[in-house]
Ligand binder design. Structure first.
Ligand SMILES: Nc1nc2c(ncn2[C@@H]2O[C@H](COP(=O)(O)OP(=O)(O)O)[C@@H](O)[C@H]2O)c(=O)[nH]1
Ligand SMILES: [Mg+2]
Length: 276
C-alpha cells in the first residue's frame, strides 16, 4: 500500500484571539522571509473576524498557510497543544511558537531555527533576559511582572532558563513527540513554563537565543489576573510534582504520537505520495 510522506520542515504555530489588525501583516512578514516557513493559525472563534482574513489569504499561500478554528476562547495553552498535535501528525521537523502581535519579530525565526538545526539545541528559546536580548515599549509594570516571574520560576524549579515564560520558541519534533501533551495542563504563562520544564526534565537541551521583544501596537493584550495566578501556583505545583509524584514519568509519552494516518487530511494539505 502506498504510504504518505510529508517533506515538511518548519511550522510556525500562531494562536489568535481578536488579531484582525495584526494577522495579515504578520503572515506576510513570515512568508516574505522566503525561508520555507509554513504557518498554522489556531483561532478561537475571534469575534473580530480574524479567521476569515486568514482564510482569504489561503488562496495566496495555498500550500503553506493553514488554519484550525475552535469554537470559543479556550486559552493559549490548549491552542498550542492542538497545534503541536497537528504538526506532529503532518510530520513537521521543527515547530515554532509565536504571537500574532509583532511582539516577536518574524526576522528572528531563522536564528531560532539555526539554534536547533545546527547548534545542537532541542528547544531554542527566544530570550529577553540574556545578553543581547531586551524589551522595548512594555509598560514598567509588565516588565517587572515578567522579570519577577522569571526569577521566581528559576528560584523554585532551578530550571536553567533565563526567560522561562518566553513564548517565542522552536521545538524539535522529537521533543514534542516525547512529551505526553495531554498531561500539560496549564494555559497561560504557566503553559510556557511547563513546556520548557517538561523538555528539561526529559533531558532535552534548551538553548536561549537573544531577542528584542516589543509591546504590541495594535489590538489588546489578553493577559489577566487568572493567568498570573495560574503562573504563581503552577510553578509551585511543578516543583511539588517533580519532587513527590514522578512528574517525569507522568509527562513522558509512552504512546505512539499521532500520525498522518490518524489525523484527517485537509483540503490544502501538501501530500507527497511515496512508494514503499
Ligand atoms: N487561540 C487563542 N489565542 C490566544 C488566546 N489568548 C491569547 N491568544 C493569542 O496569544 C498571543 C499572545 O497573547 P497576548 O494577548 O498578546 O498576550 P501578552 O503578550 O502576554 O499580552 C496572541 O497572538 C493572542 O492573540 C486564546 O485564548 N486562544
Ligand atoms: Mg502580546
Amino acid at each position: 500500500m502506498p504510504s504518505r510522506a510529508y517533506s515538511l520542515e518548519k511550522l510556525v504555530v500562531i494562536p489568535t484571539y481578536n488579531e484582525k489588525d495584526n494577522i495579515s501583516s504578520i503572515l506576510h512578514a513570515i512568508f516574505n522571509l522566503n525561508e520555507g516557513f509554513h504557518v498554522l493559525v489556531i483561532d478561537d472563534g475571534s469575534p473580530d473576524g480574524t479567521a476569515s482574513i486568514v482564510k482569504d489569504l489561503q488562496s495566496r499561500f495555498p500550500n503553506s498557510l493553514f488554519i484550525e478554528e475552535r469554537k470559543g476562547k479556550l486559552g493559549l495553552g490548549t491552542a498550542y497543544i492542538h497545534g503541536f498535535k497537528w504538526a506532529i501528525a503532518k510530520g513537521y521537523g521543527f515547530v515554532f511558537e509565536m504571537d500574532a502581535d509583532f511582539s516577536h519579530n518574524p526576522n528572528d525565526l531563522p536564528r531560532l531555527y539555526q539554534a536547533c538545526k545546527k547548534d545542537g539545541a532541542d528547544v531554542a528559546v527566544g530570550s529577553r533576559y540574556i545578553k543581547g536580548g531586551g524589551v522595548v515599549n512594555w509598560p514598567k509594570n509588565r516588565i517587572a511582572l515578567s522579570k519577577g516571574a522569571s526569577l521566581y520560576t528559576r528560584m523554585i524549579t532551578w530550571m536553567p532558563v533565563k526567560d522561562p515564560t518566553a513564548g517565542f520558541v522552536c521545538y524539535k519534533k522529537e521533543v514534542l513527540e516525547a512529551i505526553n501533551l495531554d498531561e500539560i495542563r496549564f494555559v497561560g504563562y504557566a503553559f510556557q513554563i511547563e513546556m520548557k520544564f517538561a523538555a528539561w526534565k526529559l533531558g532535552y537541551i534548551i538553548k536561549e537565543v537573544p531577542i528584542i521583544f516589543q509591546d504590541r501596537t495594535h489590538g489588546v493584550s489578553k493577559m489577566n489576573k487568572g493567568i498570573v495566578k495560574e503562573g504563581i501556583l503552577g510553578v509551585l505545583k511543578l516543583r511539588w510534582h517533580s519532587w513527590f509524584t514522578h512528574y517525569r514519568r507522568r509527562v513522558k509519552n509512552t504512546e505512539h504520537p499521532p500520525t498522518a494516518d490518524t489525523m484527517p487530511v485537509q483540503e490544502n494539505d501538501v501530500v507527497i505520495e511515496s512508494k514503499g
